[in-house]
Design a protein around this ligand. Structure first.
Ligand code: 5GP
Ligand code: ZN
Length: 113
């Protein structure tokens, strides 16, 4: 999608600090980290949010979860980490391209909302 920030990052039109990339998934550092490690894992296909996961694209989402595990190992998040995906306005989603936040490197609050 031409007006999507993360599609522009995938296309290399906006720079990012990549930590993992393959044919279908990209992981890069969040520009405003909320924890010592804060990585965004995204499918290269434009999917709006977790509400658009279907049988047709769920293998790609499963691969995103594999990449979550890969980057957690790369970042040595041996003490644990959190995976978050904000979906829609009530959850505070600001970029409408499905992304999984990987947060770690410190003890995280147990607050869910
Ligand atoms: P959301 O609020 O939609 O769950 O998460 C969007 C995330 O994208 C935020 O954590 C925000 O800091 C990050 N972000 C926004 N613009 C950019 C950018 O240009 N580059 C990178 N690396 N991260 C961005
Ligand atoms: Zn997009």
């Amino acid at each position: 999608m031409s007006d999507c920030l993360f599609c522009k990052i995938i296309a290399g039109e906006i720079p990012s600090t990549k930590v993992y990339e393959d044919e279908t998934v990209l992981a890069f550092r969040d520009i405003a980290p909320q924890a010592p490690t804060h990585i965004l894992v995204i499918p290269k296909a434009h999917i709006k949010d977790a509400g658009e996961i279907t049988p047709e694209n769920s293998a790609l989402i499963a691969h995103c979860m594999e990449v979550v595990a890969i980057v957690a190992k790369q970042e040595n998040l041996t003490g644990g980490f959190r995976v978050v995906s904000n979906c829609g306005a009530d959850a505070g989603q600001t970029v409408n391209h499905l992304h999984f936040h990987v947060l770690g490197g410190r003890e995280l609050s147990l607050q869910m909302a």
